[in-house]
Each structure stands twice: as structure tokens, then as C-alpha cells.
Design a protein around this ligand. Sequence first.
Ligand SMILES: [Zn+2]
Length: 318
Amino acid sequence: MLSSGGYLLRTAFAGALLVGGFAVVSCAGDSDKAGANANGKVTVVYEDNTIKPKDKQAVAVVRKSRVFEQAADWVNKSVALPHDLDVKVTGKVPPGVTDAVTQPDGRTIYVPPPFLTQIQGILSDVVKTVKRPALFPEAEFNADDLTALSTQFIFGHEMGHALQRQLLLPNLGLEEDAADGFASFYTVNEVGPGPSLAAAILFDELARDEGKLTLEGLSSDHPVTQQRVFNFLCYLEGSDPKRFYEPLVGAGYLPKTRAPLCPQAWAMLDYGWWTQLRPHFSEAFKDQGDKTQENARDHLIAEMKAFEKELDKLRRGQ
Ligand SMILES: [Zn+2]
């Protein structure tokens, strides 16, 4: 049953953003370190002597891109963490870990090198078999750049878990949705469209490999894979419909039925994360962060009003 390489790959990958979701054990009792006394730092370590030769190439691609360090820098600049967060690219992972995972206390993120090799392998096939979306730059439509960009998004997801767990953020939905949301929030605001697009391309391929929905997929604490593709695209489109409507909705990547909801969905996500993080801003970031949160609130109110105006028309068109 496990003879097919494709099955193994898919199984390993399907666990990717899943394992972290099981362990929602919070670190209650540590919240006394919140706020001004919090001086935890994010550090990224590549444990070279644990990385197997077959994984060195994919690790080198990600290392050169500095996507982990960029996210670490942003968190270090903006957020006062109660504890250090160690990001370890290492072959020495806890038993059973095959994918990027965040430990239950939010203080360690493991990135196993074979996981990066898997991503690169899948994307090597994608560039040969999938037509490049016009929105995605031709110069970056290669396995290495797609690997770095999609890893940036996936790492945003893990960073979302780490923040939720260290800061004991109150969730109103599933933690996995919030983690995907942070990946969109962070990359769309701080990087641009590349990571969302690359992640959509990667997850679309994974969904194709998974094939028919199974009970396991439907009962996961993650949205089903194809749904995540549309969520990534919806937030991106909603962040700037003037720029992204034509290339994403007009070109048929994001259905017209979903698109009208996306500007408000993005505004809610953006306001939500700025509001969640606000009590935890670093001293240095506080003024800028407070202003950004207030702007996000104004933007959400404007989007809600705009949506209300369109609603009758949208319902009539259904
Ligand atoms: Zn997760």
C-alpha cells in the first residue's frame, strides 16, 4: 500500500501543517512575562552537521533566500515575546516529525531538511507541467524561487502558531485557520504577492495529488487543501482588488462567486492580527503599530460599508 512514492510523499506532506495543530497545549502561567518585561528573541539556526547530502541543495536555496531570517527580524522588531523562539533547520527532530512544526509551547520551530527537499521536488514538477499564471513573474517561475517563496509562506504559518502559543492569543476559530491567516497577513503586508502565489501553486499541486476527498481530509483541523488555495488567493486579491482582480479573478484562478467577499475578509484579517498583536508590540514599534492598527480598523469599517452597498446586487445575481 505504501509502495507508491507519490503516496509516501503526499502522506508526509499532508501532515505538514497538521502536526502542529494537534498540540494545542498552552503555556498557561507564563503570561506574567507579557508586555514590557518580555524580551524573547527569535533566532534561526542551520544545524549543518545534521543535514544529509541529499537535502543540502534545498536547504541552500532556502538559506540563501533568508526567508526565515526576514520573518525573525520582523517579529524581533515588532513584538515583545515572553520567551525566546528557536528556529532550527535540523535533521535532529523529535520522533515522528517529518514536516515544519511548532512545538506546543511556541518556543521552537523545527524545519526538517527532507521537508524542504520534498517541496523543491514537487515544484520541480510544477514548473514542467503547470502553465505559469501571468501574475507570477517569469523570472521566478523556477523550482528554486518557488521553493523559497512557498517556504516563506509555510514558515509564516508556523510563526503564526508560535505567536498564538507564546502570547496566548484568543482564537475565535480553529488555530490552523489563524496560522494560515498569519502567513497571509505577514507576507502580503511585508513581502508582497509572491509567497501567497507560490503557496497557492504548491497547494494546488498537492490537492491534485491527493485526489478525491477522504474522511481523513475532511475531518482534519486544517481546511481541505484545495480550500486553502482559494483562501490564500482570496486574501491576496482582497488586499488590493484594483491590482489583483483581473489577474486572479478575471483570469479564472479565484471564482467570481468568492471574490466579492475578499476585500472585507482581508480587512478583517488585517485588523484582527494588528489588534491581537497590539498589546504585545515592542516599545520601539508601539507608535507605528498603534497607528497601523487604527488605520486597519478604519479600513475594515469602510469595507463593511462598501460590502453592504453591494449586497443586494450580489444576492440578486446569485
Ligand atoms: Zn499548523
